[in-house]
Ligand binder design. Structure first.
Ligand code: ZN
Length: 492
């Protein structure tokens, strides 16, 4: 069994995630987070806020999902956010034409699609490619826009569910600039749902039609691409993939050797590298790929993607892009409103470096990287989540229900919950079984309340990774847990 198949099974049974609308023969590409998964997802988002907005004094907004058409004309999505599609004449199945042609024909010759619809039609005809479902004849390829269309108050005002959270930040920028100091640089982040109507999504959380993004737009004066305090991180090392070769480089070198367009992007590369390591992504299975000029949009002055290795192969999980003034200038043109600012005694349109991260793919990679098989000491599969993203920081178990142990354990649970910790409580089943259940969802510490607790006010704390235990006083529990979480300590 492939790792992702096992992860899917565990996700379904342990409430990490599951397909949406299960009783209704669900459509592919929609997943829901269960009670355990949603806690981890929220921790990832909170850690992102701390790392990418709060720590640098940046701002966060929450803008509309339903977006009027003119905005997405300006951003280019109405015109070109599309995939080539082919329809079976017989069973009417729609298929991604480029994927089909690459899988059936091109990849056998080590080739990729050249981007022309005619080439797809020609190859389908020459190679007699039929419908993968019913072998029926395929029609002509056409471009299919990937946005979910709707109308505001009716069809006369077309709109779409946003394909990215970024556009709401661009349209809010003039007001935010005015309200928050009228100075550059200025950075604005957003966490929220975006939509992409994939033709035939596969690979679970890797290709979703509705997904969560964490995006940051850093607005700056194009005459000043220095990052304040860059020297402090200039010697931090990251791994880059340049022209197919993976190399180690310091942040400073990424700027000197022009792998990155400027200090600003290099600064964020270092931050995302740290962020990924902190939440439990295996450093051996990640790199930042510098895109070739042929791969980047015409307005871009540099793109670097974070890629992570999973059992689906290497997947892109972060896009870093130097978008210049493309977005603000396009919105100025489309709306007729001035999007420039007055800064350092001149009028200018700020440039933007964007850091765009997906939560769901990252979540999936995290499950794979933290998954641990049964070993001699542990007869169950478990997750080695760093305490900072574990669904619960601590589990509380009375050794048995009787003799007042359950009452004492509930009292301790309430005390810890009131102090702001996330606690899971369980009082039935053997203690070994309860430890196993906690390990299986990656809870780093378990507390046991026994008869001694009632006499001397101490409890046993058990560490997830080595199963070792120590005795601590009840009044020290909160402090001990918080220190352990901070240090990432999961063994005695
Ligand atoms: Zn068919």
């Amino acid at each position: 069994m492939q790792l992702h198949e096992r992860i899917l099974e565990l996700s379904l049974s342990r409430s990490f995630f599951f397909p949406a609308n299960e009783p209704y023969n669900p459509s592919a590409g929609f997943y829901e987070y269960g009670p355990v998964g949603v806690l981890i997802k929220h921790r990832i988002e909170e850690l992102w806020r701390n790392t990418f907005t709060k720590s640098d004094g940046f701002y966060e907004v929450e803008t509309s999902i339903v977006t009027p058409e003119p905005i997405l004309i300006a951003s280019g999505h109405v015109g070109s956010f599309a995939d080539p599609v082919i329809e079976c004449q017989k069973c009417k199945t729609r298929i991604r034409a480029d994927t089909l042609v690459e899988e059936v024909h091109l990849s056998k010759h080590g080739e990729r699609w050249d981007g022309k619809l005619e080439s797809l039609d020609r190859i389908v005809e020459e190679q007699k490619i039929g419908c993968p479902r019913c072998k029926g004849e395929l029609g002509k390829t056409f471009m299919f826009n990937l946005m979910f269309k709707t109308g505001i108050g009716g069809e006369q005002s077309p709109a779409y569910n946003r394909p990215e959270t970024a556009q709401g930040i661009f349209t809010a920028f003039p007001r935010l600039y005015k309200n928050h100091g009228q100075k550059l640089p200025m950075a604005i982040g957003q966490v929220g749902r975006s939509f992409r109507n994939e033709i035939s999504p596969r690979q679970g959380l890797v290709r979703m039609r509705e997904f969560t993004q964490m995006e940051l737009e850093y607005f700056f004066d194009p005459g000043d691409t220095k990052y304040p305090g860059f020297q402090e991180i200039a010697n931090e090392k990251i791994k880059l993939k340049v022209n197919g070769q993976v190399i180690a480089a310091t942040a400073g070198e990424t700027v000197e050797k022009k792998y990155s367009p400027n200090e600003i992007m290099s600064y964020f590369l270092v931050r995302q590298w740290e962020f990924y390591r902190k939440i439990g992504i295996n450093e051996e299975k990640m790199h930042l790929r510098v895109l070739d000029l042929a791969e980047v949009p015409h307005y871009s002055k540099g793109n670097i993607d974070m890629e992570i290795e999973t059992s689906f192969g290497w997947i892109e999980t972060i896009g870093n892009a130097y978008r210049t003034d493309y977005d603000l200038s396009s919105h100025a043109k489309q709306s007729g409103k001035d999007m420039s600012v007055f800064f350092n005694e001149r009028k200018l349109v700020p440039h933007v470096v964007e850091v765009s991260m997906g939560v769901d793919r990252l979540f999936l990679a995290l499950l794979e990287h933290c998954y641990r098989e049964k070993t001699e000491g542990k007869d169950w599969e478990w997750f080695d989540f760093p305490p900072v993203i574990a669904p619960y920081q601590v589990a509380v178990f009375p050794l048995m229900k009787k003799d007042g142990l359950a009452e004492k354990a509930r009292e301790i649970t309430e005390m810890l919950r009131n102090s702001g910790l996330d606690v899971t409580y369980r009082e039935s089943g053997s203690i070994g079984r309860r430890y196993a259940r906690a390990d299986e969802i990656g809870v780093p510490y378990a507390l046991t309340i026994d008869h001694d607790t009632l006499n001397d006010n101490t409890i046993t704390i058990r560490y997830r990774n080595d199963g070792k235990q120590e005795r601590i006083a009840i009044h020290e529990i909160e402090k001990t847990i918080r220190e352990n979480v901070k240090k990432g300590r999961v063994t005695l």
